[in-house]
Ligand binder design. Sequence first.
Ligand code: SF4
Length: 119
Amino acid sequence: MEEKNLICISCPIGCHMTVTLDNEEVSKVEGNTCKRGAAYAEKEITNPTRFVTSTVKVKNGQVERVSVKTELDIPKSKIFDVMKEINSVEVSAPVKMGDTIIENVAGTNVNIIATRSVK
Ligand code: SF4
């Protein structure tokens, strides 16, 4: 048996949880106030994922950068590769909110999309 301490990031309350692992599987979650905490703990232990937000350079736009994010959450282990690809990209204005900026970023099957428009 092994115990891990986690803070739930599913809402601003941030419950402190203790997760008990039995043969690397979650056998008990304590400290969560609601079911979302237990679901988060299970996922964080077995397949941790994150949304990534950043910015991309814009050529000939009213501003120099456009904010972007992953369309879905990606494996935590891929964050470095995703950021490297985001930092290597430059797009030309105009950019519309929701435009796909990078398809299948870092082989994750997730797209990077613009979260604002730039003329
Ligand atoms: S366990 Fe529930 S109440 Fe606590 S931080 Fe997570 S979502 Fe919020």
